[in-house]
Write a protein that binds this ligand. Structure first.
Ligand code: NDP
Ligand code: GDR
Length: 345
């Protein structure tokens, strides 16, 4: 019998890669989709034949209970979130509701549908396995480098604070009700499907436009910020592996290599024969109220216990994204709308 998976955040970058991965493993996959006429649903339905949808919103407890009850999943992957960190200073309450309390709502939905009693005291495990998309942003102002599962959290944004709640409440449901719930503490991961507001994609979209003579400059914020960037397609394999272990546990996932935003720009511009210094301008307005300067993963446990290895390195990733944006920009000149949207961030 095929396993059944429910994915929240199906219209996002990771949702699409995870759905493809699970379908390739023989799963039946449902994506939780919110909104009356979400245009991103049509795009994903076209991109991934075989994917089913169920209505629901992390803001609405009842809809999550209905979705879990309807799908009767073996595995739930909670990827839904407002994932752009600067948005969390603009709408902190909303981000807390979706990224923090939303996790609790999904855990409650699973607990109710699987009939786990609040007085069971961590006895037998429910059938449904739960994955929470935790984030390296929980480390924030880092106390040690690289960061592992035991590094203390010091989140630096409402986004990071909400994710930290999601992380601990998942662990708490594991300890309280014996639920098989795990958190993947994933470091930045990118792809040609990355949202246009994130820095790598903002750069590769701009590189394509500049190469085609459609624009000349791109504004960026803190060029010195260092991140451990990997490929989203590699990271969804780790999510799946985490739910296949005998015992539930939390894992850090990253490449262990850091690069600056400046490096990302240099590699992307060099790939099309341009010098980034001719095209990048620094806009102090893009610097964050409280910046996370540096993040680097110690993914030893994921490598040893899950047998997980990343396959795409940072240079390959940036080139893959530039190539994809060049192809799309050459096909569709309206593509510059995306670049304009990214420029606001
Ligand atoms: P995206 O921003 O690409 O996707 C976010 C998804 O969340 C979208 O499908 C969006 O759907 C959905 N969503 C937003 N609000 C709600 C809501 N109220 N109810 C249900 N769904 C909602 O993010 P990524 O794919 O990059 O990231 C996936 C998850 O992993 C996120 O939780 C993110 O915070 C986390 N993460 C990401 C990392 C990365 O580098 N990519 C690293 C570490 C953690 P809609 O179409 O309805 O807006
Ligand atoms: P991040 O990703 O905040 O790490 O969160 P983002 O790509 O937005 O920023 C990375 C770093 O680049 C610096 N930066 C800029 N960022 C943006 N967006 N635009 C710019 O012009 C710019 N210039 C410099 C930022 O200051 C930052 O230091 C991502 C998201 O996917 C989260 O959901 C996830 O939890 C974390 O990664 C891990």
């Amino acid at each position: 019998m095929s396993k059944r998976a429910l994915i929240t955040g199906i219209t996002g970058q990771d949702g699409s890669y995870l759905a493809e991965h699970l379908l390739s493993q023989g799963y039946r996959v449902w994506g939780l989709c919110r909104g009356q006429a979400n245009p991103r649903k049509d795009r994903i339905a076209e991109m991934i034949p075989g994917l089913s949808f169920v209505d629901g919103d992390l803001m609405d407890q009842g809809s999550l209970v209905s979705a879990v009850d309807l799908v009767q999943p073996d595995e739930v992957y909670n990827l839904g979130a407002i994932s752009f960190v600067p948005m969390s200073w603009q709408q902190p309450e909303l981000v807390t509701e979706v990224n923090g309390t939303g996790v609790l709502r999904m855990l409650e939905a699973i607990r109710m549908v699987s009939g786990l009693s609040k007085s069971s005291g961590g006895g037998s495990r429910g059938q449904i396995r739960f994955y929470q998309a935790s984030s390296s942003e929980m480390f924030g102002q880092v106390a040690e480098s690289p960061q592992s599962e035991t590094t203390r959290f010091h989140p630096r944004s409402p986004y990071g604070v909400a994710k930290t709640f999601g992380h601990y409440i998942t662990r708490n449901y594991r300890e309280s009700f014996g639920m098989y719930g795990v958190s993947g503490i994933l470091f930045n991961h990118e792809s040609p499907r990355r949202g246009a507001e994130f820095v790598t994609r903002k750069i590769t979209l701009a590189v394509a436009q500049i190469k085609l003579g459609l624009m000349d400059k791109v504004s960026l914020g803190n060029l010195d910020a260092e991140r451990d960037w990997g490929f989203a397609g590699d990271y969804v394999r780790a999510m799946h592996l985490m739910l296949q272990q005998d015992e539930p546990g939390d894992y850090v996932v990253g490449t262990g290599r850091m690069h600056t935003v400046r490096d990302a720009a240099r590699i992307a511009f060099e790939h099309v024969g341009l010098d980034w210094r001719d095209h990048v301008v620094v806009d102090p307005g893009l610097v964050r109220p409280a910046e996370v300067e540096t993040l680097c993963a110690d993914a030893t446990n994921a490598r040893k216990e899950l047998g997980w290895e990343p396959e795409v390195d940072f240079e390959q990733l940036m080139r893959m994204m530039v190539e994809s944006d060049l192809r799309q920009a050459s096909r569709d000149r309206d593509y510059s709308r995306l670049v304009a949207a990214a420029g606001n961030w």
